[in-house]
Design a protein around this ligand. Structure first.
Ligand code: SF4
Length: 310
């Protein structure tokens, strides 16, 4: 078998389940405090939930219907046998506890579901919610996905995340009280005015935290967002594919070797994407990363260092 240069999610799924497992995104109908006015009404400057990999018409269907149709599609298209349900758009821990439970519990109606992944903001978590999420670890592989994007508060402010790096750290430490819940951090490469040094500082910190999983995305500009306005005014730019490949590989090198790379590209419907257009050629991105890793004999974790206080 070909040696893997980074710890791919597919590799983890094979190890964990031994059969083909597919992740199915559902829109559970939650809101986001960074959009509904609790934190701000503007949202993150790049955010447009239409670009998440869910058909809008589909997401207006019940959670049960979304799961049912997602499973049928993944069975026929990918020959998947088991499924992880990913509560993806908006903030999926933002609501009263009984409502969260009611919506998460819908996965229990499907016997082929083996995992749950809950996407949220690091400032929307507390012990009660974690207790609830932890209760699913009895029966499922359970992940919580925290949007971090960058460890630099200057950047977080610029992109209007509405939380600080310290909120992320607090969320990680709190979640670690429940060791059966796996943590995935979302980061973006190419954020406004971030230097290579700043990007790699994020990699070093995430590496030192030995996070279970990471999703690495290139910054992409979506129609109708604040970021598009800034892009059109020439206030920001998109990375070229070779810049992204180079930075993504450098990022991987600073991560802990045991961190599962859940994603290292982005998905965006062509009709919503402003730039960079290479995002649409996902295979080209993945192959470019793979080829460079092999050609230069580089690996995830080769520059990882632990300063070990967490
Ligand atoms: S936290 Fe997520 S859903 Fe909320 S505004 Fe930011 S990107 Fe959008």
């Amino acid at each position: 078998m070909m040696e893997e240069r980074y710890y791919k999610f597919s590799q983890y799924l094979r190890r964990q389940f031994g059969i083909r497992v597919h992740k199915i995104s559902v829109n559970a109908g939650f809101s986001c405090p960074n959009k509904d006015g609790k934190i701000s009404k503007d949202g993150c400057i790049y955010c447009d939930n239409r670009s998440f990999n869910i058909d809008e018409r589909w997401s207006q269907r019940s959670i049960e219907t979304q799961i049912k149709e997602g499973i049928n599609l993944a069975k026929s298209r990918f020959k998947a046998k088991k499924f992880i349900i990913y509560f993806q758009p908006h903030t999926n821990t933002y609501g009263p506890l009984d409502l969260l439970k009611e919506r998460y519990d819908i996965v229990r109606r499907f016997e082929d579901v083996v995992g749950i992944s809950i996407g949220t903001r690091p400032d929307c978590i507390d012990e009660n919610v974690l207790e609830l999420i932890n209760s699913y670890t009895e029966d499922y592989d359970v992940w919580i996905e925290y949007g971090l994007q960058s460890i630099h508060n200057k950047t977080l402010k610029l992109i209007n995340r509405g939380h600080l790096y310290e909120d992320f750290l607090k969320a990680v430490l709190l979640t670690r009280k429940y060791p059966r819940i796996k943590i995935c951090a979302h980061v973006i490469i190419g954020l406004l005015y971030e230097t290579e040094e700043m990007i790699l500082e994020t990699a070093k910190v995430v590496g030192n935290l030995k996070i279970d999983g990471v999703k690495i995305h290139p910054l992409h500009i979506i129609k109708g967002t604040k970021l598009e306005e800034m892009f059109l005014q020439g206030l920001c730019r998109a990375l070229t594919l070779s810049e992204y490949i180079d930075l993504a590989i450098r990022f991987l090198e600073y991560l802990w070797p045991g961190t599962i790379i859940q994603r290292i590209s982005a998905d965006c419907p062509a009709e919503l994407l402003v730039a960079p257009l290479w995002i649409l050629e996902k295979n080209r991105v993945l192959e470019g990363i793979e080829k460079k890793l092999v050609a230069e004999d580089r690996y995830q974790g080769s520059r990882y260092t632990s300063w070990g206080h967490l």
